[in-house]
Write a new protein. Structure first.
Length: 239
């Protein structure tokens, strides 16, 4: 059933205004510590009546007479309790919220960091845990969905380096790659930086500055394919 549902979702993605939205938030303190938060909102898959109908039809074809019930799920996972987490991941939390009645499907990950370099460390560890032999295409896709990019903090200046998207060619190759492109074609990514002082200047292309916040929006597929980036520098004043 999983494969059939996935193909139906892909084929129907053209009918949606957006199939997935990602929101990345970085809260920076004066000493370079802070909190990182990223949310993957896939609610459109289930709030759209046509999409939900296709999911139910696929379930019936696979012999599930009762249909496909998403149910009501709100799961909180402390990654440090897994026994496999190290470094910054020990304090990371993942929450999955799924509601059939509300048409809601969201996955959120957050963690505190002592320095901005730990953000890249977190995603490196996440990638390594999802890179096993059973990860398959969806495992590689989850790696590509992470925003990526290393951060450097120094004297009221936050810099994000260009992300490495070298695996994009493999992910988007062939017939499966075309399905992936259709699947994420309507999605968008938003990054919001919360600085400890008023922003003076930023070199991030297309960024919007409002007081001590900087907001950057990109088409999700452009980020995944490396056609657009989030790199740049933010300078701010002390309060």
């Amino acid at each position: 059933m999983t494969k059939n549902i996935f193909l139906l979702l892909v084929a129907s993605s053209f009918l949606l205004t957006s199939c997935i939205e990602t929101l990345e938030e970085i809260y920076l303190n004066k000493d370079g510590s802070g909190k990182y938060n990223v949310t993957f909102d896939m609610s459109e898959f289930f709030s759209n009546p046509m999409m939900k109908s296709l999911i139910e039809e696929a379930a019936k074809e696979e012999g599930e007479e009762g249909g496909f019930d998403l149910g009501e799920t709100d799961t909180l996972i402390h990654l440090g309790e897994s026994g496999m987490a190290e470094g910054v991941m020990k304090n990371a939390i993942m929450r999955m919220t799924m509601s059939d009645s509300l048409g809601k499907f969201m996955i959120n990950m957050s963690f505190p960091f002592e320095n901005v370099g730990q953000i890249d460390e977190f995603f490196q560890q996440l990638s390594e845990q999802g890179a096993g032999p059973d990860a398959g295409m969806m495992g590689g896709m989850s790696n590509m969905l992470t925003p990526g990019g290393k951060f450097v903090f120094k004297k009221k200046r936050l810099t994000r380096l260009k992300a490495d998207k070298s695996g994009a060619d493999d992910l988007f190759a062939g017939e499966d790659g075309e399905f992936v492109k259709m699947f994420f074609s309507g999605g968008s990514h938003t990054t919001v930086y919360h600085l400890p002082g008023k922003v003076k200047k930023t070199t991030i292309e297309g960024a919007e500055v409002d007081g001590n916040t900087v907001t950057v929006e990109r088409p999700l597929m452009d980020l995944m394919e490396g056609k657009a980036g989030l790199e740049g520098e933010i300078r701010y004043k002390n309060r």
